[in-house]
Design a protein around this ligand. Structure first.
Ligand code: GRF
Length: 192
């Protein structure tokens, strides 16, 4: 399945997806990486892996829809069939979510539906949670609330800071995202 990854930053989840796709049994091939941030570290990870990259800064576009239309064009030009968002820090228009419904995934560093949005680990610690984790879900027009594909838990430990908790969650994200992609492409998980 021809797959694109959308990023805005460091790209460690992108890196784990690229590593997974080196396995000949992995059913997705990453053919394009799109970033709205020119300096995103993930762009170099993609280049090093020989994957095509496209930078589409959001600022010049007059609206969310116009920006999304450009992303949509890039995805279609590359005959993309599946989209994985991995640290892509823009909220999409309802139009874009509808275009890619059932074919676009996102990873979020909490046990959704708990703690959507940003500053997740701070919120988890402030709430006194004893566990947290990561979620891969189908992207819908409503932020961080589409059908869940897979989740993995981690403990919250005494003395955790947002940074230590983030690192523990990130380690499971790197296992979870490739597994979730496999489940979706192989038809084990579908949006209901
Ligand atoms: C991850 O924690 C992901 O769950 C969230 O943004 C972060 C991206 O990290 N949506 P990276 O760029 O994949 O390293």
């Amino acid at each position: 399945m021809r797959t694109a990854v959308l990023i805005s930053g460091r790209g460690s989840n992108l890196k784990s997806l690229i590593a997974a796709s080196a396995d000949p049994t992995f059913p997705a091939e990453i053919v394009l990486v799109v970033s709205n941030v020119e300096t995103a570290g993930g762009l170099q990870i993609a280049r090093d892996a020989g994957i095509a990259t496209k930078i589409i800064p959001h600022k010049p576009f007059p609206s969310r829809e116009a920006f999304d239309a450009e992303i949509d064009r890039a995805l279609r030009d590359a005959s993309v069939q599946l989209v994985c968002e991995a640290g892509f820090m823009r909220i999409h228009s309802a139009w874009f979510a509808k275009q890619w419904e059932g074919r676009i995934l996102n990873i979020h560093p909490s046990l959704l539906p708990k703690f959507p949005g940003v500053r997740v680990h701070e919120q988890v610690l402030a709430a006194g949670e004893t566990e947290s984790g990561a979620t891969v879900h189908f992207l819908t027009a409503e932020l961080d609330s589409g059908p869940i594909v897979a989740q993995r838990k981690v403990p919250v430990l005494p003395g955790d800071t947002p940074e230590t908790l983030a690192a523990r969650v990130l380690a499971v994200e790197h296992e979870l995202y490739p597994e979730a992609v496999r489940m979706v492409v192989e038809g084990i998980a579908a949006p209901s």
